[in-house]
Design a protein around this ligand. Structure first.
Ligand code: FAD
Length: 484
């Protein structure tokens, strides 16, 4: 039986991966994407990387990269569509956080027990292009340079505008919005029937900078760091310069550069983006606060002046769908702050759930959309909460003695009672345990860790047998420890 055609708005990371899966399951999928085809025009994302017409930008083309951390949930979705190996071949492994203190010292805090528990730095542009290729190969049709402007849900028509502003109307089909945090489909749905939208701005913004490959830096600058293999810093780590109310991070790129992101309050007393009006003020701030980092960024002034300050918010919706007519997915439904590196990973998890539900009940759109929201919304809310908490952990706690003591005790218990203790970060990053479970289990475990640290003068003073017994008697065993 012919399935209802699907109209997907947005061919970004989530839209392209969903398009591939729906096409693989036999659906006719048309994707309308606002931007030009990045495989020809260059990736015009948050980076302004571009390439000559007719050539194809690649991960190793030397163009500026904006990267993302890919973890087990995202990888699992890519595995299910046969793309994981191709993506990993173009990714850089990150084994842990390399924490840089104010004195210029640094040390690695590993994420997991071994290289089976690592995250991967991938180029957003290259990943998007790979996903577009895969979706097209599966049969999805892409229409680039086509921005959704409005939807008339009663007449089931949608309106698109091209880059010159020329508009046209089309039948709406079954509408799915993967058009990101500023979703036009969400606005159209909200105008028809309020979705209960709440946007909570973080109040902190971000700016992207770059550390080029070591070959572009003077030898004297490189000596103070553990760079190798052509990278100016240790390549297999996510670097963090935590500074209390703000921080810098750096993720490696396959072309041996690092994308550096400065997270800072947008307004208010120093330091904030408002108190760094130009590159000279910012350079002084970097010299004082992030010793050794500025000399690694020879294009600092240009990047600081040129690159915009991005804003960060969390989006909460009461309703993700308009009966069986339209549904939101990925950032369009649940944009979160990036501090757990899970926005894309969560969106990729969404795609597998939705594709399976639609394939199982292709004619019950209202039922599928409601079930999708029922399954995913509690998890989206949980990762939104944990991502906000992780900002504090990254910018502040990773250098805090109490946090480090808790982490040490956690590691001892994880080795002793793996059936009853797993760090929340590991549950989120290296398993498929629902985010909601990770949040609740993490809270219960944290309470016990706090009790133990409160009752004892140091981690060394804790009777680990008794601590293990307390965990066993207070908590149910973890449901699932590792996933393939
Ligand atoms: P998007 O990637 O925003 O894609 C939306 C697509 O829709 C775009 O292609 C856009 O052009 C198109 N579009 C928009 N409007 C229209 C329209 N009107 N008509 C047609 N098309 C339209 N996540 C991680 O998992 N790990 C990380 O390390 C990580 N780091 C991040 C760092 C930063 C600084 C930020 C801001 C986010 C980070 N994220 C990370 C989150 C991640 O970027 C998002 O969760 C992910 O991009 C969501 O994918 P999406 O396809 O839903 O939306």
């Amino acid at each position: 039986m012919a399935q209802h055609p699907i109209t997907l708005i947005g061919g970004g990371l989530v839209g392209a991966l969903l398009a591939q899966q729906l096409a693989q399951r036999g659906f006719a999928v048309d994707v309308f994407e606002k931007r030009p085809d990045p495989r020809h025009a260059g990736f015009l994302g948050r980076s302004s990387a571009s390439c000559a017409p007719g050539t194809r930008p690649s991960m190793d083309s030397g163009s500026r990269s904006i990267n993302l951390a890919l973890a087990e949930r995202g990888l699992h979705a890519l595995r299910s569509t046969g793309l994981a190996d191709a993506v990993l071949q173009r990714a850089v492994m990150m084994r842990g956080r390399m924490v840089h203190d104010r004195d210029g010292q640094h040390g690695l805090q590993p994420y997991g027990i071994d290289d089976s528990e690592v995250i991967w730095s991938v180029s957003r542009g290259a990943l998007n292009m790979l996903l577009l290729d895969a979706a097209e190969a599966a049969g999805a049709r892409f229409h680039f340079g086509q921005a959704l402007t409005t939807v008339d849900f009663d007449r089931q028509r949608l309106r698109l505008a091209d880059a010159d502003g020329v508009e046209r109307d089309l039948p709406a089909g079954l509408l799915i919005g993967a058009d990101g945090a500023g979703s036009a489909l969400r606005a159209a749905m909200n105008a028809h029937t309020p979705l209960g939208e709440r946007v909570e701005p973080l109040g902190h913004g971000y700016k992207e900078l770059e550390i080029p490959p070591a070959s572009e830096l003077p030898a004297a600058v490189l000596q103070a760091n553990d760079g190798r293999d052509g990278f100016a810093l240790e390549p297999n780590a996510l670097h963090i310069w935590p500074r209390g109310s703000y921080m810098c991070i750096a993720l490696p790129n396959t072309e041996r550069s690092f994308t550096v992101t400065l997270f800072l309050p947008g307004k208010g007393r120093a330091p904030s983006f408002a108190t760094l009006p130009d590159a000279a003020a910012a350079a002084t701030f970097f010299t004082e606060q992030f010793p050794g980092l500025l000399p690694l960024m020879p294009r600092f002034a240009e990047d600081f002046e040129h690159n915009p300050v991005g804003t960060l918010s969390t989006l909460y919706l009461q309703r993700w769908h308009l009966d069986g007519r339209a549904l939101l997915i990925g950032d369009a439904a649940h944009a979160i702050v990036p501090f757990h590196g899970q926005g894309m990973n969560c969106g990729f998890e969404d795609t597998v759930v939705l594709a399976n539900l639609l394939a199982a009940s292709p004619d019950d759109h209202a039922g599928v959309f409601a079930e999708f929201q029922r399954q995913r919304q509690p998890n989206a809310d949980a990762i939104a909460h944990m991502a906000l908490e992780n900002y504090i952990e990254m910018r502040d706690s990773v250098a805090d003695p109490h946090y480090l003591a808790k982490r040490e005790l956690g590691a001892l218990l994880a080795a002793r009672i793996p059936t009853h203790y797993m760090a929340r970060y590991r549950m989120v990053t290296f398993t498929h345990l629902p985010y909601r479970y990770a949040l609740e289990r993490g809270r219960a475990q944290d309470e016990l860790l706090e009790q133990l640290l409160h009752e004892n003068a140091s981690v060394a003073a804790i009777d680990l047998d008794a601590a293990a017994q307390r965990f066993r008697s207070s908590l149910a065993p973890l449901p699932e420890l590792r996933h393939g």
